[in-house]
Design a protein around this ligand. Structure first.
Ligand code: UDP
Length: 453
């Protein structure tokens, strides 16, 4: 095995410029750095990571021609298409001189790219550099994407409302309504994107931020489906040295607020970096939290309430509750929050990073997925690992209050907390194994890793 700190070769990593994708890519970069690889992050200028948080890496900005203003008016699919189309040539032009270096070690040994930055595969091929795909979601999600052609051939797509509760053939325990393609407004474009990103033609491996102990039932068929090795190396944030790749400033005052709360008493509420709610949901959430009687730490991200400037709408009486037993921030140091002893529950939109972060800390959840893979993650949390309660209906303060109580003080919640701790212990055991399982090769020409799967 390669000794730590020894120089193994130069890797270029290409993240997709959204928080939930930047985090795992930079964590993976930190893991690889600690194994002796030299790291270059080739990133779009849109949502650029902050180089001053990562002194060990070289940052290579790639012009993408997209301003924050453009991005605000584009839907997700249009943005992804534009980012790929606009960055392909500049990426190739910037990497090309690195391949002409005289020293072998100064040339790029391998490119690792986020599956959504799919044009990188063509760049790697053009420059004759081996490439590896990083999938930042769960194995179950990737397996579902791989199953889309079968579901299409069997006539299930477009999915009908009438079968929303039915289990998807060969994808149990997921129901049709859990699939990322369910009720997706621009289905044609999504199917096209999925076809492109799941069609891994020339990349030599796939890395997943997951663990066998969480996703064994999906990993085996996934390995069968793809002709290339699949490495489940997660949870990255626990294996990498601690660091922050937040695009927004983390408000650390909430940690001193947490320090004053009793153990396991606080419900932490966050819907991640992209999801949003409307005014009615904001008000119902506020009163549900207030009426639950539990202390709460609530992240209200600027822009996360459709049509509203942050919290302008909340009445004075709610603000009094906040002063009594609440803390509201625009962005939290989430990993630290979840690891804090005062946090006893996490109301989450169930993005995959949040799912892993909560699972690693043994925090049971209220699952309120919004879109994409979040519904699948919520289904696993509530029905497979049994560490979460799903909040499925239209948001109403009464149901929110009851669900928070069930989780935080009810018998059911107690059981769920025990399951969450059991799962955390399993994850910890699995993390110990990751380092011994992966053989860090000296030259990552063919694959960066050779793992005993
Ligand atoms: N996050 C954070 N502070 C917050 C809310 C979220 O640092 O106040 C981080 C969180 O730890 C996670 C990421 O943002 O790593 C969100 O990723 P996830 O996959 O959970 O959801 P997404 O934002 O992609 O929907």
């Amino acid at each position: 095995m390669e000794k730590q700190g020894e120089r193994c070769g130069k890797l270029v990593l290409v993240p997709c410029p959204f928080q939930g994708h930047i985090n795992p890519m930079l964590q993976l970069a930190a893991i690889l750095k600690s194994k002796g690889f030299s790291i270059t992050i080739a990133h779009t200028q849109f949502n650029s990571p902050n180089p001053s948080n990562h002194h060990d890496f070289t940052f290579l900005p790639i012009p993408d021609g997209i301003s924050d203003r453009d991005a605000a008016t584009m839907d997700f699919m249009a943005l992804i298409t534009a980012l790929n189309a606009n960055s392909e040539v500049p990426l190739r032009e910037r990497l090309s001189p690195m391949m002409k270096q005289e020293e072998q070690n100064d040339r790029i040994a391998c490119i690792i790219y986020d599956a959504i930055m799919y044009k990188t595969e063509a760049v790697a091929n053009h420059l004759k550099i081996p490439s590896i795909v990083l999938e930042t979601g769960s194995a179950a999600t990737l397996l579902t994407y791989a199953a889309v052609p079968r579901l299409q051939a069997d006539g299930y797509i477009p999915l009908q409302d009438s079968m929303s509760q039915d289990l998807v053939p060969l994808l149990h325990p997921f129901r049709f309504k859990d699939l990322p393609i369910f009720n997706f407004p621009n289905l044609e474009a999504l199917l096209q994107l999925l076809a492109t990103t799941s069609n891994i033609k020339t990349s030599s491996a796939i890395i997943l931020n997951t663990l066998d102990c969480l996703e064994h039932p999906s990993l085996a068929p996934l390995q069968k489906h793809y002709q290339v090795p699949i490495f489940s190396m997660g949870p990255f944030h626990k294996i990498a040295p601690p660091s922050s790749s937040s695009l927004l400033k983390e408000d650390t005052n909430c940690i001193s607020w947490l320090d004053k709360q009793s153990p396991n008493s606080v419900i932490y509420v966050s819907i991640g970096s992209v999801a949003s709610i409307d005014e009615r949901e904001l008000v119902e959430t506020a009163w549900g939290l207030a009426n639950s009687g539990q202390p709460f730490l609530w992240v209200v991200r600027p822009g996360s309430i459709r049509g509203l400037e942050w919290l302008a709408l909340l009445p004075e009486s709610f603000k009094e509750t906040v002063e009594e037993r609440g803390c509201i921030v625009e962005w939290a140091p989430q990993k630290e929050v979840l690891a804090h002893g005062a946090v006893g529950g996490f109301w989450s939109h169930c993005g995959w990073n949040s799912t892993l972060e909560s699972t690693c800390e043994g925090v049971p959840m209220v699952c309120r997925p919004c879109f994409g893979d979040q519904r699948m993650n919520a289904r696993c949390l509530s029905h497979v690992w049994r560490v979460g309660l799903e909040l499925e209906n239209e948001l109403q303060r009464g149901e929110i209050e009851r669900t928070i109580r069930r989780l935080m003080v009810g018998k059911e919640g107690e059981e769920m907390r025990r399951s969450a701790i059991d799962l955390k212990l399993k994850v910890e055991l699995s993390i110990e194994k990751v380092n011994t399982r992966i053989d860090w090769k000296e030259t990552p020409e063919a694959h960066v890793f050779k793992a005993d799967l």
